[in-house]
Write a protein that binds this ligand. Structure first.
Ligand SMILES: Nc1ncnc2c1ncn2[C@@H]1O[C@H](COP(=O)(O)OP(=O)(O)OP(=O)(O)O)[C@@H](O)[C@H]1O
Ligand SMILES: [Mg+2]
Length: 332
């Protein structure tokens, strides 16, 4: 596929879009620069409402760099749009529509990981009318919409100590995200890590493991990467969550995290690139929070930071993701 014209497909971003949606444009610029450095012709297509078929003529004969994402509240969008690429028979980067949807659904991902013997947080589906799950999952709790990402739904003070708190939060989320299941998890108090995975010559490789350090968080502020930490520039949460790359002192733990991340990505069938998020539990053992297929490729995001730490340039990231792209299953 290496000599094809590359088309970067991304969602149309409204002028008043939320920061978590607008940041796709930073990814477009990074990929565009990488493709230019590789000497490929490059076209950029802004897709409205996931309707990739409206651009079928420009997509024909091209390799799509898939930066399609879903807006908050419409989580199915990127999987559907990617499914349409499969139906059009256009090759594209990253994961299949099926793997994108599986990993978007945190409840389904948890079930698959557990079945595969991988460690996850204690938790389960929370039904606000019959919250029996709270009897088997120990407090403190975190409740999240099962299909969102970018810490959407984790605004404010999301960690709940009492049943009344968690149910009030859950009711508000249920109103905000109708028809979307809710996931409640035990809040894991330990360190947080991200393992970025990138296709290499011999299959998928783990890049250096990043830790998100919670610097000088006051005792009454729970240490987590919530919405403000990711998207409210200049907030305490943003300026006091700091990425670092642990060294030899954590060698055994880092090796375990890499092994778990590779196993999780294989179980979920993700391709090209991915990022697996972890927290440590009370015993210091890693538990998988989620598998991100097509993780953010903005220059300030964790994936590019891990690549840089490994000495892999942005253009090389783009090259490897393109090289791993394959013909969709239905293509002739
Ligand atoms: N069970 C948990 N225990 C402790 N912290 C958690 C837990 N679940 C989530 N968090 C915190 O919330 C953050 C966001 O959670 P998670 O990664 O599950 O959701 P997301 O919104 O899909 O994130 P992303 O932006 O990575 O797609 C985590 O990085 C972590 O700081
Ligand atoms: Mg995450």
């Amino acid at each position: 596929l290496s000599l094809r014209r590359v088309v970067i497909a991304h969602p149309v971003v409204a002028e008043d879009a939320d920061a978590s949606t607008a940041d796709v444009l930073d990814q477009v610029r990074l990929v565009e620069a990488g493709v230019a450095q590789l000497g490929h012709a490059c076209d950029i297509v802004a897709v409205s409402g996931g309707r990739v078929w409206e651009h079928a003529a420009r997509l024909a004969g091209a390799l799509v760099f898939n930066l399609l994402e879903a807006p908050p509240g419409r989580p199915q969008f990127h999987a559907w749009a990617t499914g349409a690429l499969e139906l059009l028979g256009v090759p594209f980067t990253g994961s299949s529509a099926a793997a994108l949807w599986l990993t978007t659904d945190k409840l389904a991902t948890r079930a698959l990981l557990r079945e595969g013997g991988l460690p996850i947080a204690e938790g389960g589906r929370l039904d606000v009318r019959r919250p029996s799950v709270l009897e088997r999952v120990p407090a403190p709790w975190l409740v999240k919409p099962a299909w969102e990402d970018a810490s959407v739904g984790l605004e404010g003070k999301p960690v709940c100590d009492t049943e009344a708190d968690v149910l009030a939060r859950a009711r508000a989320l249920a109103l905000r995200f109708p028809a979307q299941p809710l996931l409640v998890e035990h809040f894991l108090p330990g360190r947080e890590f991200n393992v970025s995975l990138l296709a290499g010559r011999e299959g998928v490789e783990a890049l250096p493991v990043a830790e998100i350090a919670f610097v000088d968080f006051p005792a009454d502020m729970p240490a987590l990467v919530g919405y403000e930490a990711k998207w409210t520039s200049g907030s305490f949460e943003e300026t006091h969550t700091v990425r670092r790359f642990p060294g030899a002192e954590d060698a055994a733990l880092l090796a375990r995290l890499r092994t778990l991340a590779l196993a999780a990505s294989e179980l979920c069938g993700v391709a090209g690139y991915a990022r697996v998020d972890f927290r440590l539990d009370e015993d210091g053992a890693p538990r998988i929070l989620e598998v991100n297929s097509n993780p953010c490729l903005a220059p300030d995001a964790g994936f590019i930071a891990a690549a840089t730490q490994a000495g892999v340039s942005q253009a090389e990231v783009v090259r490897r993701i393109l090289a791993a792209a394959h013909e969709p299953p239905g293509a002739r």
